[in-house]
Design a protein around this ligand. Structure first.
Ligand SMILES: Cc1cc2nc3c(=O)[nH]c(=O)nc-3n(C[C@H](O)[C@H](O)[C@H](O)COP(=O)(O)O)c2cc1C
Length: 347
């Protein structure tokens, strides 16, 4: 099974050495990466461009107000392991790396990491020691075998000096990293947790919505429902237009919901739970999660379902929604409830 490894280049100052060290690591390990079917994503923090942490909520809530945080979250989430290429500034890691760590929480968890440190006298080892402690606090596992470069000895004209022994060490370390990522995979599956959908979820979302909307189509005698006819490409586009959350069990995508702002309303849709996982409260959990992500300024929370979709209507009524046919598309009903102070605040 292929793995995605993120190589994080930590330093961001003009004229920095960081990208050259990162490129050296990627080049030195390219053959091993190909052999192990590893996809490398180089995240240069200068390009990622995060400001200083500006999210109002604790990252463990997964409630992110800013687009830059959401983008960083999905990129880190997609990685199975990390290589942190870090300089040493005043006996510590660069503030940019600490800041990039602090933005997120569960996205880092249960993933192994490796460090490539560089610097003057200490070859970056004090920065790595510090970063390792921070990584451990976020449930990353440092696999060891870290690579250190002393600039005076190992870098000439801004390029890492060719040294087969060091390249071999990097290849060995990458192999260990991939093995550890494989072993830790079950811990990363996040059984039962609500997480933001990623591009890799598209085909399973298509299957899930078809499985879930067959009953609705039969009940409402309408078979041209978008949830039944949408292609994978259309579902992929919807991931950019909506906030979409999913739940997995044993690696399988079993439930999902989506939401987006529409004026002062927060529209919730595509609440779906696989037929064999119903009656366990997953629908209520997802509905409450989507409601809790309503942005500040939301006046009403709105849903739409089929006139004869009695099961979903019962769930929504139980959650405080009132039903109206006014303004609803043909064959549908609208359900609304006023947003309360406790249910809004994010955007
Ligand atoms: C603000 C600052 C602090 C530094 N502190 C250290 C240090 O504590 N230990 C060290 O070995 N090198 C230190 N250096 C030298 C760096 O290791 C060297 O400049 C390296 O190229 C920095 O990485 P970068 O070019 O990717 O920014 C420091 C450099 C800067 C700019």
């Amino acid at each position: 099974m292929s793995m995605k490894i993120m190589v994080v280049v930590a330093s961001t100052r003009p004229g920095r050495l960081g990208p050259a060290i990162g490129e050296w690591f990627v080049r030195a390990t390219a053959a091993t990466a190909a052999e192990l079917e590893v996809v490398i994503d180089v995240a240069d923090l200068a390009e990622v461009g995060l400001p200083f942490l500006d999210e109002p909520e604790h990252p463990s809530t997964g409630v992110y107000v800013h687009a830059h945080t959401r983008a960083w979250s999905s990129r880190v989430d997609a990685a199975d392991a990390f290589v942190f290429v870090t300089a040493e500034y005043n006996f510590a890691m660069p503030a940019t790396l600490k800041n990039a760590f602090d933005f997120l929480s569960r996205e880092w968890a249960w993933k192994p990491c490796l460090f490539v440190g560089y610097g003057n006298t200490s070859a970056g080892s004090r920065a790595v020691q510090m970063a390792r402690g921070v990584a451990a606090s976020m449930r990353m596992l440092s696999v060891g075998g870290d690579v250190y470069l002393r600039i005076a000895d190992d870098v000439v004209d801004g390029e890492v000096v060719v040294d087969e022994r060091r390249a071999g060490q990097a290849r060995g370390a990458l192999t260990q990293l991939v093995r550890a990522a494989d072993v830790l995979r079950p811990l990363r599956e996040r059984d039962g947790q609500i997480v933001a959908a990623a591009a890799g979820d598209v085909s399973e979302l298509v299957v899930l919505q078809r499985a879930c909307w067959v009953d609705e189509a039969i009940a409402n005698r309408a078979f041209d429902l978008p949830a039944l006819t949408e292609t994978a490409a259309q579902v992929e586009v919807s991931l950019a237009e909506w906030q979409v959350w999913v739940i997995r069990s044993g690696g399988r995508l079993i439930a999902s919901v989506r939401a987006r702002r529409d004026g002062d309303a927060w529209l919730i849709g595509r609440l779906m739970v696989a037929p064999d996982y119903r009656h366990q409260g997953l629908g209520q959990q997802l509905l409450a999660h989507a409601e809790a992500h309503a942005p500040a300024g939301t006046a009403t929370i709105a849903l739409c379902t089929g006139v004869r979709s009695t099961g979903p209507q019962a769930l929504y009524r139980q959650a405080g929604y009132s039903l109206t046919r006014e303004g609803a598309p043909p064959g549908s009903v609208l359900l609304r409830k006023a947003a309360t102070a406790g249910s809004v605040g994010n955007s």
